[in-house]
Design a protein around this ligand. Sequence first.
Ligand code: HEM
Ligand code: HEM
Length: 153
Amino acid sequence: MDQQADTVASRYGVRMSRSLKWFAYTAAAATSTGTLLFCYGNTLGDFKPIMIEAHELTGDAVVVTLGVYLWYHVGRTWRLRRVRPVSWWTGLAGGLCWVVSIVTGVIAQIFGMGDAVLLWWAHALASLMAIVVVCFHAACGFRAGVVQMRGAV
Ligand code: HEM
Ligand code: HEM
């Protein structure tokens, strides 16, 4: 019985760590392509359409990888609000920033960013906040849950 429980736990851990890795790869790619577009969109104007395409594709990939990761992650951590308040609230804040980044990104994909100043700022700021808050959240979570994570990842 114990062995069976161990197998279930380790399979769950493997799925979690795989989905976290894919989220990290795609988030890094969306961040790099977004930053590239921001820095060189005008100076390298000829490449702008390619930069936009690359940013849109990597952005859409984040929607999938984040969805899969949160499915496992929130299922495990939602009940920990009182036990790990800092992790819980920073997780919620970071998750919401990602939602704003994704929603504004998808709106820009459908209708175009054009001269929509508010949409531009909402997207750029939410994306920046998403990265900063979630990096803090993950570091904090690994520190607080270091014993559990040795078994899970
Ligand atoms: C943007 C998406 C998120 C990412 C990338 C993320 C990532 C992580 C990582 C890497 C850890 C440490 C490893 C672990 O304990 O699993 C962690 C811990 C934690 N996360 Fe998140 N998280 C996210 C969103 C959330 C959300 C929405 C919540 C709930 C409101 C949340 C609640 C927690 C809690 C409570 C812990 C501590 C778990 C413990 O100490 O056992 N996270 N998170
Ligand atoms: C953390 C990740 C992200 C960062 C740092 C980021 C950053 C940026 C920045 C700075 C711009 C404006 C570029 C310019 O000045 O022309 C932009 C535009 C855009 N982003 Fe993101 N973004 C991220 C995630 C996403 C996601 C998840 C999506 C889609 C779901 C997305 C879709 C778009 C679209 C469609 C545009 C408009 C491109 C255009 O037509 O000019 N982004 N992003």
